[in-house]
Design a protein around this ligand. Structure first.
Ligand code: CP
Length: 304
């Protein structure tokens, strides 16, 4: 199955996800063997208008592990011709003429879609705006769950944090809506709860969800604790932030076979004492980003 651009999670079907996960397993084996030179003729541009550690480095590592080459700007707002007033569309047309794939993180919601509209090579959204999407992150999140559980049907998950602008949480919710009997608790201070467009989407797809404002109330019944950042300045009652923190008391209440994920970076919402718990899978989750992104690159090029 061929993917043209990767802009939003909704474009993935369950068969497409399963193909991606199968390829991802293959990529894990390829990396264990030292990588491949199969894609030595391919060139990737990583065009980042806002900061990133994991996404940019893992896309670039993915390309190197496939044998390809990378051209990069990690501060496109300073070090691209945008400084001279160049429009995004012109930048993309130029890069599309000289590369085989463009990975873009844009500061505006819809930036990746604008890029895809004018690009003749695949565009991959590496996160757009506040409240846009981050589909490759959600794909690696889902792969991490699938790798552990072997199934996504029947999953119960708590998605915690500042959810209104949470592009990883939004993309993940879209992906989860594709599976059967999924239950989602959105756990967030009320003023930064998940936006209505996602809740409407879940209603349309008959996905069970509940809005909660304390981790303790749900943590004992979920298979996955998906923690995300909360910026204290966005919350009116800062004393309430403790109700959204994963720490040793939350660990004690969690199911023994549950898992903790976090797209990272973290601040205070995920205590470092949690790192040694076998249910803390967020560093493995970040590593999986390499394999998922390798698989995605091969799929946008339509290769077997
Ligand atoms: N998870 C994630 O998107 O991290 P970066 O911002 O470091 O890419």
């Amino acid at each position: 199955m061929r993917l043209q651009h990767v802009v939003e999670s909704q474009q993935f079907t369950v068969p497409l996800l399963m193909e991606l996960f199968q390829r991802t397993r293959r990529m894990e084996r390829i990396v264990a063997r030292g990588g491949t030179e199969d894609y030595h003729h391919k060139v990737m541009a990583t065009l980042f208008y806002s900061p990133s550690t994991r996404t940019r480095f893992s896309f670039e590592a993915a390309m190197y592990r496939l044998g390809g080459k990378v051209m990069s700007t990690e501060q496109a707002r300073m070090f691209s011709s945008e400084v001279e007033g160049e429009q995004l569309e012109d930048t993309i047309r130029i890069l599309a003429g000289i590369t085989d794939v463009i990975v873009i993180r844009h500061n505006e919601t819809g930036g990746a879609e604008r890029a895809a509209q004018v690009s003749r090579v695949p565009v991959i959204n590496a996160g757009d705006g506040q409240g846009g999407q981050h589909p490759s992150q959600a794909l690696l999140d889902l792969y991490t769950i699938y790798r552990e559980r072997r199934s996504l049907d029947g999953l119960t998950i708590a998605i915690i944090g500042e959810l209104d602008g949470g592009r990883t949480a939004r993309s993940l919710a879209y992906l989860l809506s594709k599976f059967e009997r999924v239950k989602i608790f959105f756990v967030s201070p009320p003023e930064v709860q998940m936006k209505q467009d996602i809740l409407d989407h879940l209603d349309e797809h008959d996905v069970w969800y509940a809005l909660e404002s304390n981790v303790d109330r749900v943590v004992g019944e979920v298979d996955v604790v998906y923690q995300t950042r909360i910026r204290p300045e966005r919350v009116a009652d800062r004393r309430s932030l403790g109700g959204f923190t994963i720490d040793s008391s939350v660990l004690r209440a969690m199911k023994p076979d549950a898992m903790i994920l976090h797209p990272l970076p973290r601040t205070v919402e995920l205590d470092r004492t949690v790192d040694g718990d076998p249910r803390a899978l967020y560093f493995r989750q970040a590593e999986n980003g390499l394999y998922v992104r390798m698989a995605l690159l091969t799929m946008v090029w339509g290769d077997d």
